[in-house]
Design a protein. Structure first.
Length: 212
């Protein structure tokens, strides 16, 4: 499913009713305790879920002509589940994550990772990337000014005409369109793709955009 990126103030659309830690706590540091991270890193179900989304991200990358040998930055890489999939497909992958205890797990797998906030990409002395990807992380950032920092940072760190694919869990259709609109105002052009739009438990939402 594709959406027009123009905002409609009169269209409210769907809203996720169940509570989520990003709405309740607002800060991943309050949620991802050492105990939670340990369970996360040992969870086969979590691994499989993240790997499945990463495979879909790769499909979208290849549709954009970004294939084996391309450099990608994985925002919110966690313990490296998604990075393993990208690496196995031949991508040159670098990761960043806000949670130091997540990063330590990714390092044990031999990946190049940085303990950093995705709102601070402009401050990182990294090379330019062919693509920026992210799985299940952006929903933790709620303030429009912080989303703007993320969008500006991704634009800064991408190569000319580079691509961005972000999968996340917005609270509502209104929030989704607001975020897409922010990226559109920060030098990106693209679309929203929703897999399984009518099935809440299986719904996956992606921002698929390129740097203009």
């Amino acid at each position: 499913m594709k959406y027009n990126l123009k905002k409609s103030k009169h269209e409210i659309g769907w809203v996720v009713k169940n509570s989520r830690p990003e709405e309740e706590l607002g800060d991943p540091n309050l949620y991802y305790s050492d105990e939670v991270v340990e369970k996360y890193c040992k969870s086969g179900g979590m691994r499989r879920a993240q790997e499945k989304i990463a495979i879909r991200v790769i499909e979208l990358l290849k549709e954009k002509g970004i294939g084996e040998g391309s450099s990608i930055l994985d925002l919110g890489c966690g313990p490296g589940y998604t990075m393993e999939i990208y690496y196995d497909e031949g991508y040159e992958v670098t990761g960043i994550d806000l949670m130091a205890n997540m990063i330590e797990n990714a390092k044990t797998k031999g990946f190049k990772v940085f303990n950093e906030d995705m709102r601070n990409l402009k401050k990182l002395k990294l090379k330019k990337f062919d693509a920026v990807v992210s799985v299940s992380a952006l929903q933790w950032i709620k303030k429009p000014e912080d989303i703007e920092k993320v969008a500006e940072g991704i634009h800064f760190i991408l190569k000319e005409k580079g691509n961005m694919i972000i999968q996340f869990y917005p609270k509502s259709e209104e929030e989704l369109k607001d975020i897409a609109h922010i990226f559109a105002t920060k030098g990106f052009k693209g679309k929203i793709i929703i897999d399984s739009p009518e099935r809440l438990k299986n719904r996956l939402i992606f921002l698929v955009m390129n740097k203009e």
